[in-house]
Each structure stands twice: as C-alpha cells, then as structure tokens.
Design a protein around this ligand. Sequence first.
Ligand SMILES: Cc1ncc(COP(=O)(O)O)c(C=O)c1O
Length: 418
Amino acid sequence: MIEEFHRVKRLPPYVFAEVNRLKAAARARGADIIDLGMGNPDMPTPQHIVDKLVETVTKPRTNRYSASKGIPGLRRAQAAYYARRFGVKLDPETQIVATLGSKEGFANMAQAITAPGDVILVPSPTYPIHEFGFIISGASIRHIPATGGQTRLGTADAGAEFLRGVERAVKHSIPRPLAVVLSYPSNPTALTADLDFYTEAVQLCKRLDLIILSDIAYAEIYYDNNPPPSVLQVPGAMDITVEFTSLSKTYNMPGWRMGFAVGNERLIAALARVKSYLDYGAFTPIQVAAAAALNGPQDCVDEIRRTYKSRRDCLVESFARAGWNVPPPPASMFAWAPIPEEYREIGSVEFSKLLVEKADVAVSPGLGFGEYGEGFVRIALVENEHRIRQAARNIKKFLARSRETMHNVIPIPQKASR
Ligand SMILES: Cc1ncc(COP(=O)(O)O)c(C=O)c1O
C-alpha cells in the first residue's frame, strides 16, 4: 500500500494534540485540570428540547431514514428564525438546508463547490474547518491576516484591513480565488462585524466575483445588548452568499449535530445535491426537537448568554488580579488572550503546555487556529465561575513562581531592563 494517502498527506499534525496529550497524562496522574481548552459547551440542553426528542422517539416511523436536506418543518423553523432575528426572508424549499452540525455543513459545501487547485481566501486565525474543509476538497488556501485581539475597539479598522487583504490576495492569486470565508463573531478572536462592514464586504466580493461563505455559529452568544448581524441583511448579498448557523452553542446542543446552511439558491442546491449522496439527514427526532428549539420559548437562550457573560466578567477580573490582562470579548464563548509578555518568546504551544503542567489549567494555543494566531491563547468559558477563579489562583502562583524557577527549564528572556 502507498505510504501516505494524498488527502491525509495534506493535513498537518494536529497542533492541539501535544497539549491534549499532556492534559491526559496529567489527569492520569490524578491532577485536577481546569479545562478551558475546547469550545465544548458544559451546560445542559434546555429541558423542553430534550422532552421533544424523547416524545418523538416513541412515535412510529421516526426510526426510518430521514431527509438529507432536513424535514420541511425544520427548514420552516429556520426560515422563521431568520425572519424574526435578521428580517431576512428565506424560501425553506430552495434557500435552506439542515446540516449535521455547521462544521460538517461547511465541509460538505467545500466539497460541493471546489475544483482541484481552486484558491479560497480564509482568515487567519480562524476555526480550523474553514481551512481544512477546503484543503480536504483539493483547494489551495490563501490566508488573510485577521488578528483582532482588541475586540472592544470595534471592527472598523480591523474590518477595513481585512478587506484590503482580500483585495490584495485576489490581485496576486492565480487562479483567481473562488470564495472568501467570513466568520463573526470569530472563533478564536471574538471579533465582531457590523452591517457597515458586511455592506462593504458584499460590494467588494461582487466586484471581485467572490462567493461569500459566512459562519455565524456564535450569532446568539453576545454581550452588551449588541446582537451580531447576518451578512444576508445586506441587499443583494443573497446573490453570492451562503451562511452557516448552529444550534450547538445557542441551545447547548453540541453533541446533537444540528446546523444550517442558508442563502443563494444555486449554492444551496449544490450543497443539497452533494449531501444527498453522502447522508440521510439527522435522526428524525433530533430534527423535530431542533425545530422545537427554534420555534419554542427563547428565555433559555437569554439564560445561556447571561451565564457566559458572568463567566467572562469573572475571567477578566480574576485573571487581571493574577497579573494577566485579558481583553473582555464582546461575543462568543472565548477570550483571546495575549501571552504574558515574559512568555511570548516561547510561543503559544509551549506556553499552553506549561499552563497544563505547572498550573493545572488547559487553554488552546493560538497557533492551532493559523499562523497569525501565534502570540495568543484561546480561553473557553466552559467551566463554572468557581473553577475559573481557581484557574486564576493557579495561574497567579505559576506566574509568581516561574520567574525564579522556570529559567532552568525554558528560555525566559532576561528582564534586566525592568
Ligand atoms: C466558528 C464555528 N463554526 C462552527 C462550529 C461548529 O459547530 P457545529 O457544532 O454546529 O458543527 C464551531 C464550533 O466550535 C465554531 O467555532
């Protein structure tokens, strides 16, 4: 057999693996690791959604193969969500597909539209499937720097810089790029976009003949009463855009695997066609319960948002007391934290490994989200406030202790000038 398969060869070693390995080893030794690494929601799914699943499972025929593009009631529920939340009118027949999670939906869309060698513009850092969904499909990636970090300042400058990056990349890429990925609120940087940004992005992409793939998985996880918009609110965006949403974070349903692609009919038809060859759709009771989530009372979403907000405030305050200033994210379930200055030189992977080994705290190294993620770590708000405070205390001790002890182990720059 050949040594390595073509597609597998195109996938680099998993950056998070080293930290995960240390985390597993520390746990095996009995360490109580406070895990702020993976963005895996820890709160339960709201009870009325679980009840609907249980009720549906007992009904006849729900065990049969379902509909790949989603049952009609679910697609209608997603249309109603877009209408009330964004004022965007969608045809459930031609402009909506339910996907097995937005990650899989995104990857299926990449398969549907990519010819080998196509160039795709992807922000860096970003959620890995934005890049690897296309790499697996045979595309080449061109990164557009999107470092963010100072998310409180708004996105006007960062947005303009990103769009200049898109324009430059189109000018210098052969073949001409096919599509650009937009994802706000961003995982990992928590950068948000406003409608002015989307308006400019749509104008630019129409001029450059680029498809827009927008991922708004965190559209409902926002703070400060500032709901993130959809790019489809921009008049004419529908001509070139598909947008992905997810129930994973909004309703604490990550393991249920339920998301949506909505937008341009031609792109949605391409996705539906490829998907129809690959899957039979989610288990019908999951689809019925997902429709109940979208159609039902939304106070559970307010509650989830409130919990993340208190955790965010707790993290920012307690980490500041520990000597680590973390900018408060305006949205998403992540803080994007610059590595403390004295550790910047060792990079995000080594720093994350040290945090596991010396402070019993797991975070995600920024490098795992792309080359421009270096210099940062991502801290997920997936432990309760008590545990976040404990993480801060551990880190405080680690930071205080490390200057005296760690220089024997890692090359910490001298602080003679201070
Ligand atoms: C930006 C972004 N998009 C999509 C996803 C995947 O969500 P889903 O569970 O719907 O596949 C995530 C999950 O972390 C994410 O951060």
